[in-house]
Design a protein around this ligand. Structure first.
Ligand code: PMP
Length: 316
């Protein structure tokens, strides 16, 4: 990512600094061993045209700190301080449109042994303007990857651990080289896990179904939000293991996540899903979320942290 595509200030080693100064040593432990964890958070421009609505900020901060716990990190942060740091960074960068935040916790010592304990840890956060990650106006073309999803006893997929994303990258490349947009990964038992950077739902006979959180998936915050919205709309939901063949028979399938938002799937392994046009349930649920992002849905108002009138501030 070029510097020009990120916003001016970052949080780094306890201070707000110009993004170009937020740099680590080439000897950094996390760079060698993948001993980091990250978050991806979106801020949306409210319908008022000036407020930035940050979606489920506390939940993202809490998951980041849980991932840090998996990596035995000792950080001088709790959920409140991560939230406050994101808010202060937003004030300093004073965005005027939709943004994406990338908080990262990482093992920062220059240290040769691949271990978790006794290594210094840091939190860094930067942000950038961001629109769609996948083109959500059209259906996604998807393959089932030949790469198996990492399992809990190898690298826990429920944490957003940097090293685990090699698994996603292998599957994403395979999808793109086959002319697809995205990959679905199966777990070690051949059951459906998730996409490379998103959770997956299918609809069969009116039941909205997704893999359970013990199914080697990231404990997705959008996934959890969708299960809540569906319950509130009276849509039956199930969290259970899903067979590969159920993908092909589904009436609807869609990805969800902070980056992809809600993206419906048109084809899996060349097979048309449902009618091959944007289906009903994903449209209904997606609309609730997109309205919430823009501050147009009071029911889920507590899912957004609105920040008004961010002013650029001098670098400290
Ligand atoms: N699974 C993976 C592997 C991801 O990287 C993401 C993106 N964070 C998700 C699922 C979706 O999670 P969330 O809704 O919390 O962004």
């Amino acid at each position: 990512m070029a510097f020009s595509e990120t916003m001016e200030y970052a949080y780094f080693e306890g201070q707000f600094v110009p993004f170009r100064d937020a740099n680590v040593s080439v000897g950094t432990h996390a760079l060698h061993y993948g001993t980091g964890a990250f978050a991806g958070i979106r801020g949306y421009l409210d319908q008022d045209g000036e407020t930035i609505n940050i979606f489920r900020l506390r939940e993202h901060a809490a998951r980041l700190l849980r991932s840090a716990r998996l990596l035995r990190m000792d950080l001088p942060h709790d959920v409140d301080s991560v939230v406050e740091t994101v808010l202060e960074l937003t004030r300093r960068n004073a965005p005027t449109g939709d943004v994406y935040y990338r908080p990262l916790v990482y093992k920062s010592s220059v240290q040769l042994t691949p271990r978790l304990k006794g290594i210094d840890d840091e939190l860094a956060i930067y942000m950038m303007p961001m629109g769609d990650y996948l083109d959500t106006r059209r259906g996604q073309k998807v393959i089932v990857s030949s790469w198996t999803r990492i399992t809990d006893n190898i690298i826990p997929a429920r944490g957003k651990i940097t090293g685990g994303y090699i698994n996603s990258a292998l599957a994403k490349d395979e999808a793109e080289e086959k002319g697809a947009d995205e990959a679905i990964m199966l777990d070690v038992n051949g059951k459906v896990a998730e996409g490379t950077g998103c959770n997956l739902f299918i609809v069969r006979d009116g039941v909205l179904t997704t893999a359970p959180i013990t199914g080697d998936i990231l404990e997705g915050i959008t996934r959890r939000s969708i299960l809540q919205v569906a319950a509130d709309l009276g849509i039956p939901t199930e969290q259970r293991s899903i067979d590969r063949s159920e993908l092909y028979l589904a009436d609807e399938a869609f990805f969800c996540g902070t980056g992809v938002q809600v993206a419906w799937i048109e084809r899996i392994d060349g097979r048309v899903i449902g009618t091959g046009t944007e289906p009903e349930m994903v449209k209904r649920i997606g609309q609730v979320l997109f309205d919430t992002f823009r501050g147009k849905n009071d029911r889920y108002a507590d899912w957004i942290t609105p920040l008004k009138g961010g002013q650029p501030a001098a670098v400290r």
